[in-house]
Design a protein around this ligand. Structure first.
Ligand code: ASP
Length: 586
């Protein structure tokens, strides 16, 4: 037997037992008369002792082992001498007196120590990912991720869902990102697209009578990478027939309550609050609502109705808004820090950022101070709920400019200034989305979700002003991060046609892009709806990290490179020729 038990599980009650362990050398300390080895396996570490005068042949091997050697050790568990226990280690009451040590495989000096708080740059960490994965934090992240997926499966399997795989080599799917293309060898000059999501296929599964489908699906989107986005991500993809929005919201809410309880031992507040999209924008400037703290945005047009400030009057005259929010305690910020805030707003597209520090007795400090009447000072403080010592930040511009920028500043400042309570989990549904968003660059309406989403009120709702049509779409947000989105789908070809018309997709265009899909809908499709939920994001939240690379075993860098393998790599001319491809001169 290569080992009789795991290192991390040994306790005082095991004293006297003969054990065989296997793992990695975490540390070795050679004190001449005694050698200490911390032996680590996936379960934890245990202290091993070797006495050269008692077991010289064991010591001769033990003296040679270095960090990260893979070894096997046999010995007897013994209670540590009083005063030498380590209360910080689960195995800290015992040690293993070694009677035999064997090197299973030596290790070169690792590029960094297997410690959670070791200082090492991301590129090195990813290049030597196998060393990085030995760290307890990464081990925990990947094991928790596996548990989450296991719990999702158990939960859905118990509710008559069927897990179904859909192809990776497929056709372009309409999630709005750029496709990854795969050239076909057998059909020269043709390409598969990797799915941005299994959207059309899961809807076809509903036409196929599967009724309740899910999949832990890999989705590919050729977009710029960000801290929370990789080129490929894993999604819980789910679809149900004969349901309304309420059924889906209930199911998912129960699932998330279950996951937090089973995987984190936390009972989250329920029911999850529901906010309409309009309310989310009004109060938080974004639909990525973070309900863990206040600092809500306030409308200030009324406060400044009689202002003499030219910038405010001209913005209001052109239909714009003045909005702002208070940052508790931020009245202490100095000029340079306030300038930095202004730059951060301007980097996001603001023309400027006004600041007012509220002081005792109705006094204010601000570049605008001399333009603010006592009534405006009071109105500003009461609208934003600012107390003496708080900082009020304001912008005046079109709502589409003001809201997202103030929303982002709100979240950034709450984080920077430590205003977010620890251990708080605020789930929130965003419902009542508008159906269309205006794409000013392309001069057209785009769907806010995807073109298969049902308009509230069906096809007739599309007759009026596009801006007032609402979508049967919903998002689940946790602590300011979107975890899932979904919708009730269009199941009637006549409604789908109207939506395509409204989006400027001609029948020929629709046929070319989604002909196979639309054809399926000629054969009695059931009403249906579903969601796509980002598993990586769920894990980021559970593990409290902002970096998606902390929750993926083999992630890519910001520039899309896999430092482990060096991918993407050039291919040889012969491979390209077989595919009928010729590279352009670079
Ligand atoms: N396909 C959508 C997405 O990936 C989710 C859905 O509507 O089910 O965002």
């Amino acid at each position: 037997m290569m080992r009789t038990q795991e290192c991390g599980g040994l306790r005082a009650s095991d004293a006297g037992r003969e054990v065989t362990l296997a793992g990695w050398i975490h540390h070795r300390r050679d004190h001449g008369k005694i050698i200490f080895i911390d032996l680590r396996d996936a379960s934890g570490t245990v202290q091993v002792v070797v006495h050269p005068d008692v077991a010289p042949e064991v010591a001769s091997v033990a003296e040679t082992v270095q960090r990260e050697f893979c070894v096997s050790i046999r010995g007897t568990v013994a209670k540590r001498k009083e005063g030498t226990e380590n209360p910080n280690l689960p195995t800290g009451e015992i040690e293993v007196a070694a009677s035999w040590v064997e090197v299973l495989a030596p290790s070169e000096t690792p590029p960094f120590a297997v410690e959670d708080d070791v200082e090492v740059d991301d590129a090195t960490r990813l290049k030597y990912r196998y060393i990085d994965l030995r760290r307890p934090e990464m081990q925990h992240a990947l094991r928790l991720r596996a548990k989450v997926v296991r719990e999702i499966r158990a939960f859905l399997d118990a509710r008559a869902f069927t897990e179904i795989e859909t192809p990776i080599l497929f056709k372009s799917t309409p999630e709005g990102a750029r496709d990854f293309l795969v050239p076909s060898r057998l059909q020269r000059g043709r390409f598969y697209a990797l799915p941005q999501s299994p959207q059309m296929l899961k809807q076809i599964l509903m036409v196929g009578g599967m009724e309740r489908y899910y999949q832990i699906a890999r989705c590919f989107r050729d977009e710029d990478l960000r801290a929370d986005r990789q080129l490929e991500h894993t999604q819980l993809d789910l679809e149900m027939s004969f349901v309304e929005q309420e059924d889906i919201l209930q199911l998912l809410e129960t699932l998330f309550i279950h996951l937090w309880r089973e995987c984190l031992g936390i009972d989250v507040e329920q029911p999850f609050p529901r906010l309409s999209y309009a309310e989310a924008i009004r109060r938080f400037g974004t639909d990525h609502v973070d309900l863990r703290y206040g600092m809500e945005l306030a409308d200030l047009n009324e406060v400044f109705a009689g202002t003499t400030l030219g910038i405010f009057t001209s913005v209001m005259a052109s239909g714009g808004v003045i909005r702002g929010f208070a940052v508790p305690g931020a009245g202490e910020l100095n000029h340079a820090q306030l300038k930095k805030l202004e730059h951060s707003a301007m980097d996001r597209g603001a023309k400027g950022l006004a600041w007012v520090i509220v002081r005792e007795g109705g006094e204010v400090e601000s570049p605008l101070a001399k333009h603010l009447s006592p009534g405006e000072r009071e109105g500003l403080a009461s609208a934003t709920d600012a107390k003496p010592g708080d900082l009020v930040l304001m912008m005046a511009d079109a709502p589409d400019v003001v809201n997202p920028i103030l929303g982002a500043l709100r979240m950034e400042l709450a984080k920077e200034r430590g205003l977010i309570p620890e251990g708080s989990w605020k789930f929130c549904w965003i419902i009542d989305y508008p159906f269309f968003v205006w794409n000013a660059e392309e001069d057209r309406w785009d769907p806010i979700h995807h073109p298969f989403t049902m308009p509230v009120g069906g096809g007739d709702a599309l007759e009026g002003d596009p801006a007032s049509v609402r979508a049967s779409a919903y998002d689940l947000v946790l602590n300011g991060l979107e975890l899932l989105s979904g919708s009730i789908r269009i199941h009637r070809p006549d409604v789908q046609r109207k939506v395509f018309d409204a989006l400027g997709i001609s029948p020929e265009d629709a046929d070319e892009r989604f002909g196979f899909f639309l054809e399926a809908f000629r054969y009695g499709p059931p009403p249906h709806g579903g969601i796509g939920c980002g598993i990586d994001r769920v894990m980021m939240q559970m593990l409290g990290t902002d970096n998606i690379r902390d929750v993926v075993a083999f992630p890519k860098t910001q520039s899309g490179i896999d430092p482990l393998s060096g991918a993407p790599t050039p291919v040889d001319a012969e491979q390209l020729k077989i595919l009928g491809l010729r590279p352009l001169p670079s």
